[in-house]
Design a binder for this molecule. Sequence first.
Ligand SMILES: NC(=O)C1=CN([C@@H]2O[C@H](COP(=O)(O)OP(=O)(O)OC[C@H]3O[C@@H](n4cnc5c(N)ncnc54)[C@H](O)[C@@H]3O)[C@@H](O)[C@H]2O)C=CC1
Ligand SMILES: O=C(CO)COP(=O)(O)O
Ligand SMILES: [Zn+2]
Length: 359
Amino acid sequence: MSAEGIKVLKKPQFDKSKWLQMPRDVIIGHDSIEQIPKVCEDLRTGNSALIISGRNTMKAAGGRVLDLLEDKYDVSVFTIDSISEQSIADAEDAASGSDFLIGVGGGKPIDVAKIASYNLNRHFISVPTAASHDGIASSRASVPIEGGRVSLDAHPPIAIVADTAIVSKAPHRLTASGCADVISNYTAILDWELAHRLRGEVISEYAIALSKMTAEILVKNANVIKPGSEEGAWMVLKALFSSGIAMSIGGSSRPASGGEHKFSHALDILSPDTGLHGEQCGIGSIMTMYLHGGDWRWIRNSLRAIGAPVTPKELGIDDEVAVEALMMARTIRPERFTVLDMGLERDCAVKLVKMLYKD
Ligand SMILES: NC(=O)C1=CN([C@@H]2O[C@H](COP(=O)(O)OP(=O)(O)OC[C@H]3O[C@@H](n4cnc5c(N)ncnc54)[C@H](O)[C@@H]3O)[C@@H](O)[C@H]2O)C=CC1
Ligand SMILES: O=C(CO)COP(=O)(O)O
Ligand SMILES: [Zn+2]
């Protein structure tokens, strides 16, 4: 497909039409990485590829992708340490001569590959090395900016190749974090409905139903999500995929990101590289569920059952920092109205964090 062809596809002619883009080939299973050459052939991706990965993830899976493709394709590798406007610009430079991109890693390399490929009008294949986030299949990309965070409209991967043998070998902390990212859908939805009631924000019932069902199925099957279990990795990958599709249907990250995500984004600024994305969202979700008057203990028990942290202390963050993050949340993407944007006062934020330690 030509670059011009993709451009036309991205620009619907009718203002009132809704534009949904979905992945085409989705392979989740044992040794699925071996299918990558077939996937590229099936999708007629072109002759040259850029693998975008991280240092750990290049070892976990990127090297194998390179081995599998280098006979038939002209393959280069670009490794990133972080996601930023600069790393995205550098990735775009590195990819300018490539026909397609492959994001191999956790959420950061996949988001960088997603935006770079979108900006260059190229396809990209998502190869998750951990079940740690629901950006694996989504059409959104989450990028930190000065003092905040933006959720960019991008495109979904043309294919997802998720190898359960690889993902199950990733540290269990990453899998538990992915589960927490999905469990936080419960409060993301409540926040979206709140914004609908108070601000008239348009909601998507389909996106809400899918997002909620995804979290329910995951929690129902929590017993199989164990360290090293391929069945568990498969269960979580399916949930992450489904949650990503909910975002595509919703046309924003709203079905999977509410106040608990704003809390997590604030923690990324206040205490960088401490907690994982999903872990932070999970803790945020306990607190925002409390504010919504819902069953916050059930959220906490579900997180505990899969081995995710439930207090700032377990995350390695001081309670004061968590309080600060609750206060800062309203400054992160202020147009996204949530229960944390209703004038939460500092002493209430202090109580909210204390409540996490209750029996
Ligand atoms: N675009 C979207 O819709 C979404 C994007 N995100 C974004 O994704 C990011 C969070 O994703 P994470 O995966 O938590 O972050 P990450 O990409 O930083 O990965 C976390 C850590 O896990 C390591 N890792 C990954 N796979 C491994 C393996 N197999 N073995 C050993 N180590 C491995 C990485 O090297 C890294 O140190 C955030 O930037 C977040 O905003 C999160 C959810 C949705
Ligand atoms: O992390 C996400 C969904 O799980 C994406 O959310 P943001 O739009 O808040 O970055
Ligand atoms: Zn998330």
